[in-house]
Design a protein around this ligand. Structure first.
Ligand code: ZN
Length: 80
């Protein structure tokens, strides 16, 4: 979950799974975080809905460990 000030500056990021507050300074997120934004389309029962959530790295790892098939991995060529 992301919280913004009235000036639209990022002020807080909270992991939706464990409720941990991640480090944010001067509008910048300073920790790894997965920001998921799912736009549900025509074939969904939630057609037209958008759901958003954030996961800290520990919760991301716990989530992915539940998969029957492992997540695909590759090395990035550029660091953001
Ligand atoms: Zn978490």
């Amino acid at each position: 979950m992301r919280i913004y000030s009235e000036q639209q500056e990022l002020t807080d990021v909270i992991c939706n799974m464990c409720n941990k507050h991640l480090k944010v300074k001067d509008g910048m997120l300073l920790e790894e975080c997965s920001n998921i934004e799912q736009h549900f389309g025509y074939f969904s029962k939630k057609d037209g809905m958008i759901e958003k959530f954030d996961l800290c790295e520990e919760c991301y790892d716990a989530f992915v460990k539940q998969f029957q098939l492992p997540a695909e991995q590759e090395e990035t060529k550029e660091y953001l």
